[in-house]
Ligand binder design. Structure first.
Ligand code: 13P
Ligand code: SF4
Length: 302
């Protein structure tokens, strides 16, 4: 493995490339990543980088967002088939139908959506800034897509905005059921339960803390507690175990894994860096509209 890491690092230098990795990626990807974070932090890095090449260790919509924010850079996705099952739940046509059923209401899309979908929405959000984004719109009603659970969670946090949600969801997070939380409370009575807002509403209501992947990591960093049950993708639990060997982390359930996030390997990263393959392109007219929706999100997240 060290040989592989050395080859990647050498190519990164030669080609002025940067590797951005989401924290659901296989944990060994961190060995070559310049930055590991949540969706918001990764898009902020993609917007700021001076590198010529961005290798995005993540899924398709993330690389597409990076390309929209840095159109003059080469963005490479190590595994071109790595999509997001939630993002695939709403097409451009389905968005237009959804909007026509609820006319004249501002639309917020989760970053987990295609560039075409973003191009027809007013603002974008990630799980870490969704509450602030919706609040910043100063509207009584908001259309929110594709994640119904994140939308409903935002509605509950704000209390004064009606959030009309599209029925999309993350199949990985929906595997976590309320009885898994109940079981963990009995088995680990001293543990705090930390959940991602893509989880089912009842799961989020039962958790001690709900936040983005970075939110969960920061919660642990700032907590004096020693035992945590993690209700999100396995990559977060793996990184917490690595970073805090003296604390105990229990995954709420076996196999809470996003198959698309786990497609990336170090070999794939070396391959795209070497051959500059799997380049992401976004049509100019779509990118020009989608960038407004992403930029307005970055503006409220400064
Ligand atoms: P965050 O990293 O923003 O919490 O996103 C979770 C996710 O599902 C990414 O696909
Ligand atoms: Fe999409 Fe869920 Fe995988 Fe995130 S964890 S990339 S929302 S399928």
């Amino acid at each position: 493995m060290q040989k592989l890491i050395n080859s990647i690092n050498k190519l990164k230098k030669e080609k002025n490339a940067i590797i951005l990795a989401h924290c659901y990626q296989p944990v060994e990807i961190d060995l070559v990543a310049d930055f590991v974070g949540d969706s918001l932090a990764l898009s902020q890095k993609a917007a700021q980088t001076k590198a010529d090449i961005i290798v995005f260790a993540g899924v398709y919509f993330m690389a597409q967002t990076a390309k929209i924010l840095s159109p003059n850079k080469k963005v490479l996705l190590p595994q071109i088939e790595a999509g997001c099952r939630m993002a695939d739940m709403i097409t451009y046509k389905q968005l237009i139908d959804f909007k026509s059923k609820h006319p004249n209401i501002p639309t917020v899309c989760y970053v987990n959506s295609t560039a075409e979908v973003k191009s027809e929405c007013d603002m974008c959000c990630t799980s870490s800034n969704a509450v602030n984004v919706v609040k910043s719109m100063n509207a009584e009603k908001i259309l929110f897509l594709p994640d119904t659970y994140l939308g409903k969670w935002v509605e509950k946090q704000l209390g004064n905005v009606e959030v009309i949600t599209y029925p999309g969801f993350c199949p990985t997070h929906l595997q976590i059921r309320p009885d898994d939380v109940e079981k963990m409370r009995i088995q680990h009575p001293n543990a705090l339960i930390l959940a991602h807002p893509e989880c089912h509403t009842t799961v989020s209501e039962m958790a001690d803390y709900v936040g983005s992947t970075t939110g969960i990591m920061n919660f642990v960093k700032n907590s004096s507690h020693n035992e945590f049950v993690i209700a999100t993708e396995q990559g977060v639990t793996d990184r917490l175990k690595r970073d805090y060997p003296d604390k105990t982390f229990i995954s709420i359930k076996d196999n809470i894994v996003c198959p698309n996030m786990k497609m990336t390997s170090l070999e794939d990263i070396l391959n795209v860096l070497e051959n500059e393959t799997n380049e992401i392109f976004v049509k100019e007219e779509i990118a020009q509209k989608a960038v407004k929706c992403i930029d307005s999100m970055l503006e409220v997240s400064k």
